[in-house]
Design a protein around this ligand. Structure first.
Ligand SMILES: C[S@@+](CC[C@H](N)C(=O)[O-])C[C@H]1O[C@@H](n2cnc3c(N)ncnc32)[C@H](O)[C@@H]1O
Ligand SMILES: Nc1nc2[nH]cc(C(=O)O)c2c(=O)[nH]1
Ligand code: SF4
Ligand SMILES: [Mg+2]
Length: 210
């Protein structure tokens, strides 16, 4: 249990449960291959059975950390900061993004969109999940839609989500890691038949970097 004082700081987004932070190469989606500092915020209740960071789910395991400290650290490393999780939109992102912008950072988010949008973002990557669908604010503001393909039915889900996202969003299909041998050839065929989609791979896992 957090003390009342710390809980208040978390509620207003002045402290966030920080799981880890690392400087690496963006492995996925539109900005693949570019250097970025990642901030991983704990807490997620979406429950994807194939999630590759289940350790992030329980927010109580990750220490509430002052946003000022997160921003000071991140700004040392990279022009671009990617906020991920867990599900970062479970928390109020306003203060974190305002302070990163004051430090002239480009601020990106990786989100399932399951909670309303908070914060000001240069790039929003929406990766929608069937178990807890995105909110309207995230569909309206996403710059890219990245749908994970774990089985054949996920192509139908991808088309449904493409109808709901704003028309400027760039569309990606990304194989779920444990099914990549089976799903990647299907994605390749799918994209050649329906070239509004692009392929996204988790390239950091091939490079053995975080
Ligand atoms: C761990 S999530 C954290 C951010 C947010 N909760 C979300 O799901 O977008 C970061 C990205 O990794 C993707 N991802 C998670 N597990 C994956 C897996 N096993 N294979 C492929 N992509 C995965 C998610 O869909 C998301 O795009
Ligand atoms: N290199 C690298 N790129 C990423 N793109 C999205 C990631 C995430 O977990 O949100 C991720 C990650 O964990 N590592
Ligand atoms: S929404 Fe993101 S963090 Fe949460 S379970 Fe799904 S992939 Fe993992
Ligand atoms: Mg990851």
């Amino acid at each position: 249990m957090l003390s009342k004082e710390i809980q208040l700081e978390v509620n207003k987004g002045a402290m966030l449960p920080l799981m880890e932070e690392f400087y690496t190469i963006q492995g996925e989606g539109y900005h693949t291959g570019t250097a970025a500092y990642f901030i991983r915020i704990g807490g997620c209740d979406v429950g994807c059975h194939w999630c590759d960071v289940k350790e992030s789910w329980n927010a109580e395991l990750h220490p509430p950390t002052a946003v000022d400290m997160i921003v000071a650290n991140a700004s040392k490393y990279s022009e671009t900061v990617v906020v991920t999780g867990g599900e970062p939109l479970m928390w109020d992102m306003s203060l974190l993004t305002r302070k990163l912008k004051e430090n002239n950072r480009k601020v990106h988010i990786e989100t399932s969109g399951a909670y309303p949008l908070s914060g000001t973002w240069d790039w929003i990557c929406l990766s929608p999940k069937k178990n807890k669908l995105p909110t309207e604010t995230v569909y309206a503001n996403a710059h890219e839609l990245k749908v994970i393909i774990h089985n054949k039915h996920d192509f139908i889900f991808a088309e449904e989500q493409a109808e709901l996202v704003n028309k400027d969003a760039i569309l990606f299909l990304q194989p779920e890691w444990s099914k990549k041998e089976e799903m990647t050839p299907l994605i390749v065929d799918y994209v050649m038949n329906s070239p509004k989609w692009r392929v996204s791979l988790q390239t950091h896992k091939f490079l053995n970097i975080p």
